[in-house]
Design a protein around this ligand. Structure first.
Ligand SMILES: [Zn+2]
Length: 611
């Protein structure tokens, strides 16, 4: 017996520390328990260094624990900013290294980002948590490598097109971060996300794939991954007053009307949609602790692929008033608004409401020459878009049944050419020359010269200013300019400036196209149509609801603006109440002509059913 003992002792002694660690069975703990026990955040990469505390970001618990759920193979995190998304993944990786090793791959948007990620966040993870540091071979602390070889597993750093993605090394764990920032891949190359996923094939049933990003559009990677989940979870929190579990949605964030966005700090609260209670920022921490993930959308059976959808309203690091402030300062600018919707609300920016192309316009081309107006024309209006190098203009004829016919369009290099085009051209109604009744010209640029020209042609030409909306439900509203800009010279009784709700008139223009009320002469060109199509209607979040807004998709939209101004000019001139020009200019019909005019001639009078 003593011999046997000696032999056993000898055997034990021969085991290295490394071998011992390899023999240590997993502790049977979850990722969140592991993180609370072992994860340490370094001062270098965390604003709150020290021991990781899941209670600081309570929603992360179930997300992390899904990683050690045998049924779950793929996890999608569609998150807003500052919700500890990447840290959540780092905890999963740390757990894998310590508790359930296997080759892992971290895929990032670019080589540069992958290298910086390795040097900073990955290094911090491995060096600051003791059980992970022990697994680093003493010799290899080189974090400039794109392969981190640990005692028990390898971590590959990858990006779209990188060797690690393209090579066929099997991996068990794949983490894909900021996947909406991945460069678009061409048809010939394979999708880096699909390639990374393929790497896990030999670990079928044991592999885990984690996708994370703030969204961009509905066609973006993270939104498509989220929509392909069997179930999408959202976090619900209990209202402190009525105790009902509610989602935190941006429209319920409330603040008083303020002159200037800077004044809302400290005045923002969350209104419970069930009882109207005002929940304050100071209650957020408690709310999050008592919250729970609930099935928001069930798309298929089981839990093989699950998604977590979370907005920055839940972030303990971004106060609600800061979110409201960001919204107020970005809502007028489509690109800032898109960024707010994506990175804070974690919602995709909606694609175009309705796609149109040149063919939708080409069907309305009719066989008439430029300059020729329909017989029942009631007025001509023009719109002018001002550019640094000249003017884009359109002239339209309006008929008794409110059709609009394009009479002329073009580019004038200077004021003389513009005047010649608008006032010197022959516009004919049944051979009779007619004049333009109203011209709207953009005064946003080159304001002083535009005002001077309007002053000179007062009564016909009006300066306009495009607005996103006009108060009081009107589509245009006049204001008075008293002085010439940059001088004390007064414009007599003042110059009438017309403020336009350009969004309304863009809508109206396309409504008219769809209704068959807009026609183009036979010499209209593709460039003209392209410019009309330069903006698309998209659905975006604004205030308490979704609204559709016009977003520029091509650089040149000058003819679109010129059309919008012509349309507004027709409204301003009240063309719907006008009689045909030929009736206006013709002398009173006399004698035989008068008696013959009913029921025959070029403009037959309709009687009976149409008063
Ligand atoms: Zn309530």
């Amino acid at each position: 017996m003593p011999e046997e003992t000696a032999e056993k002792e000898e055997e034990v002694i021969r085991w290295t520390e490394r071998e011992l660690r390899a023999l240590t069975p997993p502790e049977g703990i979850t990722v969140s328990e592991w993180a609370d026990k072992y994860r340490v955040l370094s001062a270098r990469s965390s604003k709150e260094p020290g021991k990781w505390k899941t209670e600081r970001v309570p929603y992360a618990k179930a997300v992390m624990d899904a990683f050690c759920d045998n049924e779950v193979e793929e996890i999608v995190l569609c998150y807003g900013a500052q919700l500890s998304k990447t840290e959540t993944m780092m905890n999963m990786l740390g757990y894998a290294i310590h508790q359930d090793p296997g080759p892992a791959m971290f895929v990032l948007p670019s080589e540069e980002i992958a290298k910086s990620f390795s040097k900073n966040r990955l290094q911090d993870l491995l060096l600051s948590s003791p059980p992970l540091r022990e697994r680093l071979p003493a010799s290899a602390h080189d974090f400039t490598n794109l392969e981190i070889i640990l005692e028990n597993m390898t971590i590959y750093l990858a990006w779209a097109g990188s060797p690690a993605v393209l090579a066929s090394k099997p991996v068990r764990y794949v983490f894909l971060d900021e996947i909406d920032k991945f460069p678009p891949f061409s048809g010939r190359e394979a999708n880096p996300i699909a390639l990374a996923k393929e790497r896990t094939n030999s670990y079928q049933g044991f592999h885990k794939i984690v996708y994370a990003s703030t969204p961009t559009t509905e066609k973006g990677n993270i939104w498509r991954q989220l929509q392909s989940c069997a179930v999408i979870y959202r976090y619900k929190v209990p209202c402190p007053k009525c105790k009902k579990y509610i989602y935190l949605d941006f429209p319920n964030l409330k603040w008083p009307d303020v002159e200037n966005p800077g004044e809302i700090f400290g005045k923002v609260y969350y209104e419970c949609p069930r009882c109207g209670h005002r929940i304050t920022e100071s209650q957020k921490g408690e709310l999050l602790l008592k919250g729970k993930w609930v099935e928001y959308e069930r798309k298929g059976p089981g839990r093989r692929k699950i998604g977590f959808w979370l907005s920055a309203l839940y972030s303990p690091f971004i106060p609600w008033d800061k979110l409201a402030y960001e919204f107020l300062t970005s809502k007028e600018d489509p690109s800032l608004l898109m960024n707010f919707i994506n990175s804070k609300l974690a919602e995709p920016f909606k694609e175009a409401v309705q796609k149109r192309d040149e063919n939708d316009l080409a069907v309305w081309v009719r066989d008439y020459e430029p300059g020729q107006c329909p017989h029942d024309t009631v007025a001509l209006t023009a719109g002018v878009d001002v550019q640094r190098d000249g003017f884009y203009f359109t002239v339209w004829a309006w008929t008794t049944n409110m059709e609009q016919w394009l009479i002329r369009h073009g580019f004038a290099r200077n004021w003389e050419e513009l005047e010649a085009a608008l006032f010197g051209s022959r516009y004919l109604v049944a051979g009779t020359p007619v004049k333009i009744g109203r011209v709207f010209i953009d005064s946003g640029d080159n304001t002083r010269e535009v005002y001077e020209w309007c002053w000179k042609n007062m009564g016909i030409v009006y300066p306009v200013k495009g607005r996103a909306s006009i108060s009081g439900g009107a589509f245009w509203k006049e204001s008075v300019v008293e002085k010439l800009p940059g001088s004390s010279l007064k414009y007599g009784a003042g110059l009438r400036l017309v403020n336009l709700d350009v969004n309304y008139y863009k809508d109206d223009f396309w409504r008219r196209v769809d209704a068959g009320k807009v026609f183009f002469h036979k010499e209209v060109d593709q460039e003209f149509f392209k410019q009309l199509l330069a903006e698309e209607k998209r659905r975006v979040r604004r205030g308490n609801s979704y609204v559709e807004a016009w977003v520029r998709v091509r650089k040149d939209n000058h003819y679109l603006d010129a059309c919008v101004y012509s349309l507004a000019a027709a409204d301003h001139l009240q063309v719907r109440f006008l009689r045909p020009i030929l009736e206006q200019v013709r002398p009173q019909p006399i004698g035989a002509e008068f008696s013959n005019s009913s029921g025959s001639g070029w403009l037959p009078k309709k009687k009976g059913w149409l008063r």
